[in-house]
Design a protein around this ligand. Structure first.
Ligand SMILES: [Zn+2]
Length: 258
């Protein structure tokens, strides 16, 4: 039985990675011009090569090895020039070799991203979120329900079971919201005030008399239109919180357009 076949059969070899778009974000500060050199002495999947340079695989949409498009499982065994492209770059060739789904509209966010989640739900986007979810739960939700994982944890995004995901570059929630809208091209599916900010379920219009027992005295007097969450029962109306949310929406829209 050939033990350690890969170690015996493969001579040491080197490869040069060229990254395009904003993928150089993931390379160390000493890396110049989006290029990294790697030397290996055993057969290695191109996914492992890419991630050893700090780039999580969901950030890579096209891999060319010596000019040929490959998938993440492709084994590198000899000297190679490797080109990496992020999603969103327009290239006419290799259209069918893209590694990331072109349409992703459902997400799961890791526990540190409460403000981003609120923004996205405000825009009507489906984001699963549990502040205390463990890493393995996030990976499971992402892979089982085909949701894209939003995180600032590079290791988590590198998990083999994660198919789609995005590493948030900014630590500012408004900038993060814009990043997600742009990365997944969500501009055309936004539906503000259609989803519960607390539990992510959809809202439906409801009659005042059905929710009147849940309302404060002044709300009972001043408001006539209500929506209720189909998940947790939370009632929404055009009160002062609505004005604040609308301001936030305007802020997001202004930044998205710029
Ligand atoms: Zn709810």
């Amino acid at each position: 039985m050939p033990l350690h076949e890969s170690l015996i059969d493969v001579k040491p070899f080197s490869m040069r990675l060229h990254v395009h778009g904003d993928l150089d974000f993931f390379l160390g500060p000493r890396t110049r011009g989006g290029q990294v050199e790697r030397r290996l002495s055993e057969k290695t999947s191109v996914k492992d090569v890419i991630e050893s340079c700090g780039i999580p695989h969901p950030e890579v949409d096209l891999i060319l090895v010596n000019g040929k498009a490959v998938n993440f499982a492709y084994a590198v065994t000899a000297d190679a020039e490797i080109e990496l492209y992020p999603p969103g770059i327009q290239y006419s060739d290799f259209r069918e070799k893209r590694l990331q789904a072109t349409i992703v509209t459902e997400f799961v966010a890791d526990g540190h991203l409460g403000k981003l989640v609120r923004d996205l739900r405000l825009l009507g986007i489906d984001v699963a979120y549990d502040r205390v979810a463990k890493d393995r739960q996030l990976v499971e939700i992402a892979s089982r329900n085909n949701r894209a994982l939003l995180t600032r944890d590079r290791r988590l995004l590198m998990h083999a079971a994660v198919q789609h995901g995005y590493y948030l570059r900014s630590q500012n929630s408004l900038e993060q919201t814009i990043e997600v809208l742009r990365r997944f091209d969500l501009g055309s599916i936004l539906s503000p005030f259609s989803r519960c900010l607390r539990c992510n379920a959809l809202l439906e219009p409801t009659e005042k008399e059905k929710v009147i027992s849940q309302l404060e005295p002044l709300t009972k007097i001043y408001y006539e239109e209500f929506r209720r969450c189909t998940g947790c029962g939370q009632v929404y109306w055009l009160g002062s919180h609505f004005t604040k949310l609308q301001k936030r929406l305007e802020e997001i829209r202004a930044n998205l357009g710029s």
